[in-house]
Design a protein around this ligand. Structure first.
Ligand SMILES: [Ca+2]
Ligand SMILES: [Ca+2]
Ligand SMILES: [Ca+2]
Ligand SMILES: [Ca+2]
Length: 263
């Protein structure tokens, strides 16, 4: 019996086990890569955003009719990310350079990330949030140049969370070293009540930008229409990976035991 087992060609179950083992070998490094998401540093430099999820927004120049917004608030790209083990949603926004010379921009801008925490299409409820980021490239380094405040969707008077830092590019300042186009910031899950209000672990959001938030504000939006729904914590993916790995190990172990035990 032992000889027959060792000589006969692989049977379908063995092929399956072999496939699972191969999948495990392939999945294991992937799993560790996912677990060790590269960190994001709020340091005003942006190499940490390469290859992350983002949307590219249209430029108002070239659109028909007089532009409704100014170059100061013209969103170019909007990045968002989470990092394994960190309770923040990280964002990075880049605006288009100043036309027509395509240089940097020294003027400040407001970026508003609107969160629909219960994904019902209404962003104005107490459960919802808006994160308002004020970015002013004019202060000279090492002064802070970005200020963040988080409010409830129905109350712009009560600050639920605030933070500030050197999160943006500094202004042009006669140098080509600084551009005033990019800024990064982070919104903590706690400020969103994410764990409590969001058992389904998904939310919707969109970005708005304006250089004049107080009177007659005009906004550029990203995306131009609608919003984005996503799950900041990909818990299902992690659980599924672990589950698949566990099943693979059990099947492989049983198969090897059967193979090694004389019939
Ligand atoms: Ca950074
Ligand atoms: Ca734009
Ligand atoms: Ca809502
Ligand atoms: Ca837009």
């Amino acid at each position: 019996m032992g000889k027959r087992r060792s000589l006969r060609p692989p049977t379908a179950p063995r092929l399956i086990v072999g496939g699972l083992l191969t999948a495990l070998l392939v999945l294991a490094p992937c799993g560790s890569t996912v677990a060790q998401t590269p960190p994001i540093y709020l340091d005003g430099s942006f190499e940490d955003w390469v290859d992350r999820t983002h949307l590219t927004d249209t430029r108002w120049r070239g659109n028909p009719d007089p532009p409704t917004i100014n170059y100061m608030e013209d969103i170019r790209t909007w990045y968002w990310a989470t990092v394994e083990g960190q309770s923040f949603i990280y964002f990075m926004v880049e605006r288009w350079p100043k036309p027509p010379s395509e240089v940097g921009i020294e003027d400040p801008v407001y970026y508003l990330v609107h969160f629909d925490m219960n994904v019902n299409g209404n962003y104005q409820e107490a459960i919802d949030r808006v994160a308002v980021l004020y970015y002013d490239p004019r202060p000279l380094p090492p002064a802070d140049n970005a200020w963040l405040k988080v409010y409830a969707g129905n109350d712009r008077n009560t600050v639920l969370y605030s933070a500030q830092g050197r999160w943006g590019e500094y202004g042009v300042g006669g140098s080509t070293q600084y551009w005033g186009l990019k800024v990064e910031f982070a919104v903590p899950f706690a400020a969103l009540d994410y764990e409590v209000t969001n058992p389904q672990r998904s939310l919707s959001m969109y970005l708005a930008a304006t250089h004049n938030i107080k009177s007659d504000p005009r906004f550029d939006y990203c995306p131009n229409e609608g919003d984005i729904t996503w799950s900041p914590v990909p818990s299902l993916g992690a659980v599924l990976t672990l589950l698949l790995a566990a099943i693979g190990i059990v099947v492989a172990y049983r198969s090897f035991r059967r193979y090694l035990t004389p019939a």
